[in-house]
Write a protein that binds this ligand. Sequence first.
Ligand code: SF4
Length: 298
Amino acid sequence: MPRGKTPRQPTRTGRQEGARVARVLPPAKAAERRTNAAQGASRGSLPPGRKQAPKGRKKLARVRKAASRQAQAYNPLAPDRIAEILKRLDQLYPDVTCALTHTSAWELLVATILSAQSTDVNVNRVTPELFRKYPTVEAFAALTPEQLEPDVRSTGFFRNKSKSVVGAAKKIVADFGGQVPLNMDDLLSLPGVARKTANVVLGSWFKIAEGIVVDTHVHRISRRLELTTNTDPQKIEQDLMRIIPREKWILFAHQIIWHGRKLCIARKPKCVDCPLENICHAADKTWSTVELHKNAQA
Ligand code: SF4
C-alpha cells in the first residue's frame, strides 16, 4: 500500500463523511410543510409523483393551444373575408374584360372553343385570319371539319376543335336562325359547348350572369384562397355562386383570370408582390407572412 493512504475507517458517529442526511424537523415545522404542500396541490399544481414541466415546454403548449383555437375559429368563407378579397381584386383589376379578341357573340364562341388547352395569346394570333376567311356563321356551317383543321391546327387538339366549331355553326344556322342563343340550355345544346364556354359568351357578350366561368385559373386560385375544396369545375362553380354576390359573378371571373396570368401563376406564384398575400394561406405559396393551410392548394 502506498505511503500516506490509509483505508477508510467508519466514523465514531456512524455517518460517513459527505453523506447526505435527511434533516429531521421539529414536529411543528414538519406539520406546517405538509399543510403548504397540500395547499399547493389543491391550487392546481401537478399530482404527487408527477414532475413539473419546464417553463419552456409550458409556454410552447400554451402557444400551440392558442394556435389550434385560432385554426378552429378560422372560416375561409366568412363574409368579411370574401368582401376583403373582392375589395382587393377591385383595386388590383378595376375594369378587366375578356382577353379573347372578338367582335360578335359567334366570334367569342369560336375563340372560347379554340382556347381550351391553349393560351389566349395563341388563339388571338389565329382568329383574325380565321374570321377574315370565314366572316359569318353560315360560312363556318358550310365547311367540313377537315376543311377547318389547317386553320386552327396551331391551337392544339385541332381535330376535336374543328368538329366542335363546324358542328356549333351548323346547329346555330339550323335551329337558332343563325344567331348565337342567349340562354344556358340552348348554348349547352351546341357541340363542344360546356358550362365554361356558355358562361363566357353569356357573361362577356350578353352581360347575363347565369354562372361563373371556371377555367384553369379560377379552378387553381379558388382552391388556393380556400373558396372551395372541390376539384370538379361544376362543383367549384356552385361553391363560388354561393359566396360571391351575383352582380360580381362576371367581373370576379375576369379578375381571377387576370390574377392567374399576372401573379398567381401555376408553378411559382409571385406571392411577394400579391396584395392578397396576408389573407392567403395557400400551401404552395412561395413567400408567406401567415401560416399555411395544407389543404389550400391548386
Ligand atoms: S399570395 Fe400567392 S398563392 Fe396566394 S393568391 Fe397571391 S399569388 Fe396566389
